[in-house]
Design a protein around this ligand. Sequence first.
Ligand SMILES: *Cc1c(COP(=O)(O)O)cnc(C)c1O
Length: 229
Amino acid sequence: EIYTFRLDKNAQRFNNSAEIMCMPKIPIEDQMQAINTLIDIDRNWFPEKQDASFYIRPFMFGNQDFLGVHPSTTYIYCIIISPSGSYYQDGFEPIKLLITKEFHRVSPGGVGTAKTGGNYGASLRVAQKAAKFGAKQVLYTDVNNKTIEEAGSMNHYHVTKDNKIIIPSFTDTILKSITSLSIIELSSVLGYEVKQEIIYLDEFIEGVKDGSIIEAGGLGTAAVVSPVG
Ligand SMILES: *Cc1c(COP(=O)(O)O)cnc(C)c1O
């Protein structure tokens, strides 16, 4: 059977992103109906595989015929739906992330809280650089290289020795992950206290070294809950 995960929250964020990009909002019920209709078409013949999932990717682009820098007056809204294995080829083996002063994901006052193509475009060169160090992606810091923000497509979390899950406070340079929100909402069930706070890079590294931080990872729909080594 196919189950969707928090379609309404994703549709809401789609609209938040659209607003930031000066694109039109689509009523949440209409987005959900479009996605559910496509799922119904595929329901009878989707492949079944242990631990695999269906990845649903709605997107929208302007298609007005003009040259110039201003919002389009017409748009196309599409949904791609695809069976998806594990996001990381190595399964749930911890991945490596590179921390560097050379790159930053987004800037304050920019479009970092929008799920928009340009932010991913900007991450490709960064991933190539990270690969030179055997890392999958960069764990970005803020523009002053003082605090930990997130990776290219997943929020950061770490777990402390006293059973706290720490997630960076959402700022305008961190994409508000629905997976993170789910972890926060589930914290009491999980038996962990979940706290959002500003994570200073030097304190984080210190904590890893002295053993007060016992686990780190990433949170995202595609990335799921991925351990970082
Ligand atoms: C998509 C994305 C996430 C994860 O968000 P989810 O809503 O959990 O899928 C985190 N960071 C960035 C930059 C993203 O693009």
